[in-house]
Every structure is written in C-alpha cells, then in structure tokens.
Write a protein that binds this ligand. Structure first.
Ligand code: 5GP
Length: 185
C-alpha cells in the first residue's frame, strides 16, 4: 500500500518539507506499542484518542497492541486555523465510555504548551479511573507552559509548527503520511 508522502507539500500557500519520515514514524510506533503491551498486560486499558489530531496515530498505535483493549474518543479544539495556539480549549465531544475504575491511556497527536493535556487530564481524573497515562506522538518540551507528565513520547521536536500524520493547518494536511515542517529556504 502506498500512502500520500511527497517530499515537499504546499498547504494554504506555504511550503513544507519532511521532518519525520513515514519509516521513522512506523518504527517508533511499533516500539511504543511493545512498551504498552508490557506495561498494561492483564489491565485491559482503554485508549482515549483526542480528536481530531490523534486519529491517525491512534489507529496505527492500536494495531501494535496485542493485549485486550478498548477505545473511545474525546474531541477538543485549541488551535483554530492558525499556526499558534489560541490559548483557549473548547470541548466538542465528551466520552461515551464509563471509565471509572479503568486503566486509561490518553492519546494525543502533540503536546505543545500542555494546556490541552492538562484540560483533558482534569476531566478524566474527575471520572475516577484506576490509572491515567499519556502517550503523544510529538512533544515540544521547549514550548511547555503547563506542566504535564507524558509517559510515552514518540519524538521530541523543536518549538516549530508541524503538519501531517493527523496534524492540520487550517484543517488541511491531516492525510499526509509523514510529519512536515515549514520550509524556510
Ligand atoms: P497545547 O494545548 O499543548 O498547546 O496544544 C495541543 C494541540 O494544539 C494539539 O493537540 C494540536 O491539535 C495543536 N498543535 C500544537 N502544536 C501544533 C503544531 O505544531 N502543528 C499543528 N498542526 N497543531 C499543533
């Protein structure tokens, strides 16, 4: 199967180049899946994907998980259509599953300032799960403003705007199979 993975892409009139290739992404996700298989053996975790950005990462990650598990989704929005965070989080869809007493793994596309992660952690904590952990494909440690413990990180990146593999720019570019960054050249 060949996924959409050009070397350069233009999105909303701006040019982007590859930052993390599809091979690097898939290799790292397989490692994260293996780690989760070990850490959650006999715990039947429930993955909570944060929409929209995490849907592709979650789909690939879950296919590397071989222990019994479930999935549900929570929808947040914080970026609007810009390249910098709006600093406001809006809830757009709550969970359907009852997570009290469950081992919850929250799945994010990217942790930037940490605002969304803290927001969702508070909501999940109030529902009295047995445990909560965080997995994110991308983490920008230099951008953190709200502390959050992230248990599983795919890649640490610099504080730069990225696109692809679920992450959008004004709703475009989620279908790219690699992670892209602005091409300043
Ligand atoms: P935070 O609340 O940590 O500042 O931001 C989290 C959300 O902002 C992510 O789930 C994602 O939707 C969006 N976001 C943060 N950084 C980027 C980025 O570099 N590119 C894109 N496309 N979205 C981002």
């Amino acid at each position: 199967m060949s996924f959409y993975s050009p070397e350069f892409v233009t999105c909303n009139d701006e040019k982007f180049k590859v930052l993390i290739t599809k091979e690097e992404i898939q290799k790292r996700i397989a490692e994260l899946g293996e780690q989760i298989n070990k850490d959650y053996k006999d715990k039947k975790p429930i993955f909570i994907g944060i929409l929209n950005g995490a849907f592709i990462f979650l789909a690939d990650l879950m296919r590397h998980v071989s222990i019994p598990c479930e999935v549900d989704f929570y929808k947040l929005s914080s970026y609007g259509d810009e390249k910098v965070s709006s600093g406001k989080v809006t809830e757009r869809k709550d969970l359907d599953a009852d997570i009290s007493g469950r081992h919850v793994i929250i799945v994010e596309d990217i942790v930037d300032t940490g605002l969304s992660a803290n927001y969702i952690k508070n909501i999940v904590d109030r529902k009295k799960p047995a445990s909560v952990s965080f997995v994110t494909l991308l983490h920008k440690p230099e951008s953190i403003k709200y502390h959050i413990d992230v248990d599983y990180v795919g890649f640490e990146i610099l504080p730069q705007f990225v696109l692809g593999y679920g992450l959008d720019y004004a709703q475009e570019g989620r279908n790219l199979a690699q992670v892209y960054v602005l091409d300043e050249d």
